[in-house]
Design a protein around this ligand. Structure first.
Ligand SMILES: Nc1ncnc2c1ncn2[C@@H]1O[C@H](COP(=O)(O)OP(=O)(O)OP(=O)(O)O)[C@@H](O)[C@H]1O
Length: 285
């Protein structure tokens, strides 16, 4: 795969479990060596300039890699000792609202606060690029939206952010561009709006799976360009909403089932994600 991340953008990497997102990020960080190919960060070859680059980027560590007994203040001091250039610890603490937690041991913090500390540690060297592998994983909705606010703030300070996520709503709302990867391959790369537009301005029709509906009959309804079975829900993508609805109701009536929990909407990043990555699963059904 070939792609470039632009300076000062939030670049999202999304893909199903096992797609290779973490592996890709670790190769860009220089923590893993690719079998082939070339990766440059800030114009430098990652393989040859690993140490120099480490000074210039920040990484969100997993909570298991952070010594739990250390107090927040101690962690900030310890991590700042690893770098030549460091951020102002007071200011960083204030901006992440960590002032009151300075004397708290890392392990006694809640998940949301732990993630804030990890973010502070990722920013301790005032990095130009920040790598965030699933920064909102396991956070409650409030903590998650706060995390994303902090990420946007980092971008607005002029940093480049490379982030992986499983939450498509977040990716759509916050990433400037998104790379969709699957099985170690780049399957799409564009702004969320353009990725969604590639679905052809199709509208989305979702309803409760009546159980009896055969997939082939739904996918061959007029103007349906794609039909997905998402658990209890069936999602049809249509290039002509009115016509598809007319035929959907006719089909339901002729087969004696009800179209229930009907919802209509525009296509979203979730639809892009399923179209690009569920192809094989759909064909197997
Ligand atoms: N480009 C690649 N070539 C060969 N193997 C790969 C490649 N990318 C990933 N793998 C292998 O696939 C497995 C899953 O990769 P990885 O953990 O990076 O996926 P992920 O997208 O981060 O998954 P998750 O969403 O579950 O965290 C790993 O065992 C990894 O070694």
């Amino acid at each position: 795969m070939t792609f470039g991340v632009r300076q000062g953008e939030i670049f999202g990497i999304v893909g199903p479990n096992g797609a290779g997102k973490t592996t890709l990020i670790e190769m860009i960080e220089g923590l893993r060596t690719p079998d082939g190919g070339q990766i440059e960060v800030l114009g430098l070859d990652v393989g040859k300039h690993r140490e120099a680059l480490k000074q210039r980027y920040g990484v969100l560590l997993q909570s298991t890699s952070i010594p739990g007994r250390a107090k927040v203040r101690e962690l900030l001091q310890l991590f700042s000792s690893f770098y030549r250039k460091t951020a102002d610890v007071e200011q960083l603490s204030r901006s992440l609202r960590l002032d009151d937690k300075q004397q708290t041991a890392y392990k006694s913090l809640s998940g949301g606060w732990k993630q804030r500390v990890s973010l502070a540690l990722a920013l301790i060297n005032d990095p130009e690029i920040v790598f965030l592998d699933e920064p909102s994983m396991g956070l409650d909705p409030n903590a998650r939206s706060e995390m994303w606010e902090m990420i946007v703030r980092m971008r607005n300070e002029g940093r480049t952010i490379v982030v992986t996520t499983h939450y498509m709503e977040e990716a759509e709302a916050l990433c400037d561009r998104i790379a969709v990867i699957d099985k170690g391959r780049l399957v799409a790369l564009d702004t969320p709006r353009k990725l969604i537009a590639r679905l052809g301005g199709n509208r989305r029709i979702s309803f409760r799976n009546p159980g009896t509906a055969a997939q082939h009959r739904l996918s061959s309804l007029p103007y349906v360009v794609q039909a997905d079975w998402l658990g209890e829900e069936i999602v049809l993508h249509s290039s002509n909403l009115d016509q598809t609805l007319k035929h959907l109701f006719r089909l339901a009536e002729s087969e004696n089932w009800l179209v229930s929990e009907l919802r209509l909407g525009d296509a979203t990043m979730n639809d892009v994600f399923s179209q690009l990555t569920l192809q094989e699963r759909r064909q197997a059904q």
